[in-house]
Design a protein around this ligand. Structure first.
Ligand code: GDP
Ligand code: ADP
Ligand code: 5GP
Length: 213
């Protein structure tokens, strides 16, 4: 049996803050342990429970800007007054190994990655909240941000939502179970696309050899 290994998918998840990206990313990784989460660098302060190197690489502004200057960021953007960026090397290494990689990034980052050398690996998915009232309730329920920070994120949500049409897929996150199931179906279909299976030519050659025997 010839090797069927494919490159990983580069999965971009974007949404207004609180729509459920992080929750869905965690569920996808629990479903398929071969998936990898891209740990972003950020100048934002850690929330309680966040671990440096697992949730984010927490950086000073100077440290962040040095990474950008050294060309170490696949993309970066200012979001809610802080810098966020995707370190390039780990993403490229995991894709080459065949791991699907999840990017939880905003629309500005999404645009940059779609224009990058990794464009052919991208599957982009936008998560919408069922209502704006639900979005605000979820940000409050998460209980991780001050009233001021929540108000700031709500004020930006309309702008983030306006970019939904730039994405390959859109999922309205009413129920986490259902949204997770929709994401699984999307990923299974994308993995099966012929262009994503470079081993197919060799595989079909093997089938043809069986005909000849
Ligand atoms: P969340 O929306 O509640 O998950 O809030 P975060 O503080 O995790 O993220 C803030 C914003 O920065 C979101 O719009 C993210 O998509 C964006 N963001 C996170 N990581 C990165 C990154 O590595 N690069 C860029 N450009 N944006 C990022
Ligand atoms: P994001 O990463 O997009 O900012 P989170 O995944 O942190 O969003 O979700 C924000 C809050 O909303 C969390 O407390 C999460 O448990 C909750 N949440 C996410 N999806 C749903 C849903 N479908 N129904 C109810 N609560 C949800
Ligand atoms: P939070 O501060 O709530 O963790 O994230 C806020 C926003 O920043 C989210 O919309 C998240 O998707 C975005 N974000 C996180 N990491 C990155 C990143 O590396 N690049 C970009 N462009 N956005 C990011």
């Amino acid at each position: 049996m010839p090797e069927m290994r494919r490159r990983g998918l580069l999965i971009i998840l974007s949404s207004p803050s609180g729509a459920g990206k992080s929750s869905l990313a965690k569920r996808l990784m629990a479903w398929d342990a071969t998936m990898r989460f891209s740990v972003s660098a950020t100048t934002r302060a850690p929330r309680s429970g966040e671990v440096d190197g697992r949730d984010y690489y927490f950086k000073s502004r100077e440290g962040f800007e040095e990474m950008v200057a050294a060309g170490e960021m696949l993309e970066h953007a200012e979001v809610f007054g802080n810098l966020y960026g995707t370190p390039r090397a780990p993403v490229e290494a995991r894709l080459a190994e065949g791991h699907d990689v999840i990017l939880d990034i905003d629309w500005q980052g999404g645009q940059q990655v779609r224009r990058s050398v990794l464009a052919q690996d991208v599957v982009s998915i936008f998560i919408l909240p069922p209502t704006i009232a639900d979005l605000e309730a979820r940000l409050r329920m998460r209980a991780q941000d001050s009233d001021e920070v929540i108000a700031g994120r709500m004020a930006k949500s309309r702008d983030e939502i306006s970019h939904w049409g730039e994405y390959d897929y859109v999922v309205v996150n009413r129920d986490l179970e259902i949204s997770e199931a929709e994401l699984r179906v999307i990923l299974q279909a994308e993995r099966a696309r012929a262009v994503r299976q470079p081993g197919l030519t060799e595989f079909v050659r093997g089938l043809n050899r069986e005909f000849e025997n």
